[in-house]
Write a protein that binds this ligand. Sequence first.
Ligand code: HEC
Length: 116
Amino acid sequence: MNKTLLPLLGLVAALFVGTDASAQSKTDPPAEIKALLEKNICLTCHKVNERLVGPAYTDVAKKKYKPEQIVELIYKPKPSNWPGYPPMAPMTQVPKEDAMKIAKWIVSLNAPAKKK
Ligand code: HEC
């Protein structure tokens, strides 16, 4: 029984990781970050792990930017990095401190996603 159950559990777990719903809860931003994303209206165009108007933050994380680069891209987006997306408006009103916190969080999203 155990022998057949174990691989099965692994499969179920793998399937779960693949679904949006569970990945969402796994990468759900911490309350502080979520508040910043809401305050700075990032969530109007971005979801954590799904394409909305802009790319999913998990996809941005895959580009392996440094936090400083992400901050720069928030102030001065480079639409050429994202073919097929409309250009993001420069978000110069975001306080640097907020931008840095968001950037560090985006970078951190790459860690769990990379294990696949
Ligand atoms: C009006 C919609 C909109 C809003 C609001 C918005 N974004 Fe974007 N964002 C986009 C789109 C579209 C792209 C892809 C095209 C581009 O980079 O110009 C993008 C790209 C990005 C990228 C990837 C940059 C790159 O070149 O790889 C980051 C990081 C990002 N957004 C962060 C943010 C953050 C943080 C906020 C809030 C402060 C925010 N965005 C608000 C639409 C938006």
